[in-house]
Design a protein around this ligand. Structure first.
Ligand code: HT7
Ligand code: ZN
Length: 874
């Protein structure tokens, strides 16, 4: 497969102004008739051939302006259709046959649990009909869906229903009209035996919108939270961005087989059932919050993505980065803002930093790709969101709103670029973003090395910052970025933020300095006492910051920093220093000793009266094994696991009574509600229980068992079950696991949790368990949720077992990738990621991981897996 380059972008020679589709549904042989209203772009000369994308389509009929074409007038190849000569403006009629039942890739039209559904982003529409399947071709759509009256009583597509009726042979049809011009990737169709939950929303201008969530009958009681989230998101977008919904109907459909979380098709969002269905008995707090975020994300795309879309797929972050930023702000506004930021950054620094440091590192706007499906990455989404956040902070709230208003108004109905978006921000704020644009073109995580000196005699604090972005594949040299660093100086005597004066300017106690050069010095004057700098407050830029903090400095910041995020981060840094020592001790075979400063810091946290329990729960949580690994030059999974376990046990032994008290104080029998106060109590209680279970004393085991048996809500049940299953108490864990599995055998989403709990066990027998569960009747390689729950969770969240020295974990993953490569290339490619990080491990493991990558490479590969494996072995 050949790469596609951004520099080769050319506007389309032909545009489609209107698309009329008729689907005659059949599981094995669906007929798709397409009538396209096509015009040649005036810049292109007569005689320019018409090129349409098309894959796995059997062409049955083709005509231009009603005249069937002769075989020598067109050509059908593997990738599409070429018509050699066409008029300036014409109607193209085609009819193709496709086979939804054989579509295991879940791209295009496929079947899931007996229903028909589509996934067209990025390039799935070309598996439905011949079409210029690129985002800069935008047309209005009319779609007629014909189905079996009994098997498919519900027939849905984009827009509003305009006609319906009966047809001979127990068939029926519905015609949908979508007036808003859209690219093909936003097309959707759903047909099946579905039930709906309906609600209504009145927009800010007083228009009534019908809201529907379509699910299988047994899931009707799991839609309440998604519906409430949708209404909150609609109101928030009106209030925060002035964006109103623009059709009379907004539909969400839940499907069981889906490659990602959800899809923002115009007026007809299709959701992975895991991203929409919730019930207190089946979904955890984290799942409730995830659903809220994804429902909002997809809804927000109606403007940031649908009304204003991407010119080409290199601009993917234009819609995804901006929309992630929007959903993050929404969740922060309706829950706890500091906790949301802590969770997002903890995830970002673990997973995106790893991506940016690996062989698949790419800029937020890549300049080439082989398979766009491989670019739905943390870099495009999350780093893209961090860039929009920096922009928003740089211009300020009001100018950001003026800039987004300008963007939506100026480019409504158009397919545009990242420059267009940033240009609006520049225009609205009067700022220059020339250097800032490097954030979009440069891959890799910038590192800031900082140090500071306090001059007591002159009351000055000199801060020196040096930036460096490491080389990444294809980008050996990097230029200096514009990095906004938010900071404060915390006085060591007073414990307060000191007033800041920089170059004669008084700046309050919290300010942003702008690092634009490779090295810059900032001299703060009138600094009345020795400070500890609190740097990069709120994670003001997606960088790694190194400052030679002592452990005393970190304990001080953890206690005194006014920035909640940095208070948490200071605790994380303190724990990391202690963990570093323990990792070294483990590797050197030296006795491990607990750092008393960490115990003391935790004691202070536990004994203070918390003003925010959710933040306290975060502060009591040690950095994850994956984040610790991210900090190590060479990852030693066993040493990391041993060190982290040692700290958890040390803290539990030293502070057992405090953890017990916290657990008891936060027990709550009130009926479950997914609201911040309750979620905070549950998370604090469950953090305490996890520490207690680290030493597995009888009281702890009893508490976990009681919590499991009380069966109050899934958050508590799952947490207790996980602790038991991960403990050495198989006498209690095994029956509990059995009960849980039997109780929920009928619910695929709960069974996913059952799989995940088992395959994250640290015990060495887990690989056999994974193989055993792959043969379980509830498991299927064809269902992405099952693959993620079992294989994905094992490979990504069980480092000690995945990285077994004998390579059996790697072999299992490679076997699965090889099988999935044939069934579902997008999922196969995502699954291969852990093997691509081979360079981080010792030589023996490197050899084993590369051996498995080579074994994969020897197969006949999809472009998706090929691109990743080639990069990993380059
Ligand atoms: N925009 C959606 C992307 C998506 C997708 C991409 C590739 C293959 C399958 C997919 N399903 C959904 C999701 C979003 O960001 O909102
Ligand atoms: Zn999105």
């Amino acid at each position: 497969p050949q790469p596609i380059f951004l520099s080769d972008y050319r506007p389309p020679a032909y545009r489609v102004t209107r698309t009329e589709l008729t689907f005659d549904l059949d599981p094995h042989a669906t007929r798709v008739k397409a009538r396209l209203h096509i015009e040649r772009h005036p810049e292109h000369e007569a005689g320019t051939p018409l090129e349409l994308d098309g894959e796995r389509l059997v062409l049955k009929r083709i005509a231009i302006d009603g005249q069937p074409l002769e075989p020598d007038e067109y050509q059908v190849g593997e990738a599409g259709l070429v018509v050699h000569r066409v008029p300036k403006a014409f109607l193209l009629d085609t009819e193709v046959e496709i086979a939804p039942d054989g579509n295991t890739a879940l791209s295009g039209l496929y079947r899931s649990s007996g229903m028909f559904c589509t996934q067209c982003e990025a390039e799935g529409f070309r598996r439905i009909t011949f079409y210029p399947d690129r985002p800069d071709v935008m047309a209005s759509f009319s779609t007629t869906v014909i189905g079996d009256a009994e098997r498919e009583p519900v027939l849905l597509s984009n827009g509003n229903p305009v006609e319906r009726g009966e047809l001979p042979g127990e068939r029926h049809f519905v015609t949908w009209e979508d007036p808003h011009p859209k690219p093909s990737y936003l097309f959707a169709l759903v047909a099946g035996d579905l039930r709906k939950v309906e609600d209504a929303f009145t927009t800010m201008s007083g228009r009534d919108v019908t809201l529907q969530i379509w699910v299988e009958e047994e899931n009707l009681d799991k839609t309440e939270h998604a519906m409430a989230s949708l209404k909150r998101a609609m109101r928030w977008d009106e209030q925060t961005y002035g964006r109103e919904y623009d059709l009379d109907l907004f539909m969400i459909v839940a499907v069981n087989d889906f490659n990602m979380g959800a899809m923002e098709n115009k007026g007809l969002n299709i959701f992975n059932s895991a991203a929409v269905l919730t019930h207190p008995r089946t979904a955890t707090d984290a799942a409730f919050q995830r659903v809220e975020g994804i429902v909002a994300h997809e809804y927000f795309h109606n403007w940031s993505g649908n009304r204003v879309t991407c010119r080409d797929w290199f601009q993917l972050s234009l819609k995804e980065g901006f929309t992630v930023f929007r959903d993050q702000c929404f969740s922060a506004d309706i829950n706890s803002a500091p906790v949301k930021r802590i969770e997002d950054v903890a995830f970002f620094r673990t997973a995106q930093f790893a991506e940016d440091a690996g062989p698949t590192a790419h800029p937020v706007r890549p300049d080439h790709y082989i398979e766009i499906g491989n670019f739905y990455t943390l870099t495009i989404y999350e780093k893209g969101a961090e860039i929009v956040r920096m922009l928003s902070n740089l211009v300020g709230k009001e100018a950001f709103r003026r800039g987004s208003d300008l963007y939506f108004e100026r480019f409504d109905g158009q397919a545009v670029t990242i420059e267009d978006f940033v240009g609006c921000m520049a225009e609205a704020s009067g700022q220059d973003f020339e250097q800032f644009m490097r954030w979009y073109s440069q891959a890799g995580t910038p590192q800031i090395d900082a140090h500071g000196e306090y001059d007591y005699a002159n009351a000055e604090y000199r801060l020196i910052l040096r930036q460096r972005t490491p080389a990444t594949p294809g980008q050996p040299e990097k230029q200096a970025l514009h990095i906004p660093v938010r900071l404060g100086l915390v006085g060591t005597k007073s414990g307060r933020d000191l007033p800041l004066t920089l170059e004669g300017e008084t700046l309050g106690t919290d300010t942003v300095i702008h690092l634009r050069e490779e090295e810059q010095e900032f001299l703060f004057t009138e600094v009345s006492e020795a400070p500890v700098p609190s740097l990069l407050r709120g994670f003001s830029a997606p960088v790694k910051l190194h400052f030679p903090y002592s452990r005393e400095d970190l304990a001080f910041l953890q206690a005194h920093d006014t920035d909640g995020f940095n208070r948490w981060d200071a605790g994380q840094r303190l724990s990391l220093l202690a963990l570093d020592d323990l990792i070294a001790a483990h590797r050197n075979g030296v006795e491990k000793v607990m750092d008393p400063r960490v115990v003391e810091a935790f004691r202070v946290l536990l004994e203070a009266q918390p003003d925010d329990k959710a933040i306290l729960a975060q502060m009591l949580t040690l950095p994850s094994e994956a984040y610790i690994a991210e900090q190590q030059p060479l990852v030693d999974v066993d040493a990391i696991h041993a060190a982290r376990t040692f700290v958890r046990q040390g803290l539990a032994l030293a502070l057992r009574d405090d953890f017990l008290r916290i657990y008891r104080e936060n027990q709550d029998d009130a009926p479950y509600a997914p609201e911040p106060e309750q979620i905070a109590r549950r998370s604090l209680k469950n953090v305490a229980l996890a520490y207690l279970m680290a030493i597995e004393d009888e009281d702890a085991v009893q508490l976990a068992r009681e919590q499991f048996e009380a069966d109050h809500n899934m958050t508590d049940v799952r947490h207790a079950l996980t602790l038991l299953v991960h403990s050495s108490r198989s006498d209690i864990a095994d029956p509990a696991l059995k009960t849980f599995g039997e109780t929920w055998a009928h619910d695929p989403l709960v069974m996913d949790q059952w799989f995940a709990i088992q395959v994250t066990r640290p015990q060495p027998d887990v690989l056999d368990r994974v193989r055993f569960l792959m043969a379980h009747p509830a498991f299927s390689l064809k269902n992405p949720n099952k693959v993620r729950a079992l294989i994905g969770t094992f490979a990504n969240q069980n480092p000690v077992n995945f990285h077994r020295a004998d390579g059996a974990g790697y072999r299992l993953l490679a076997d699965t990738v090889i099988e999935l490569n044939r069934l579902n290339p997008e999922i196969a490619a995502r699954l291969v990621t852990p093997l691509t990080h081979w360079a981080r491990f010792d030589e023996d493991r490197q050899a084993l991981m590369k051996g498995e990558l080579e074994r994969i490479r020897a197969e006949k590969l999809s472009p998706n897996v090929y691109e990743l494996v080639e990069k990993a072995l380059a």
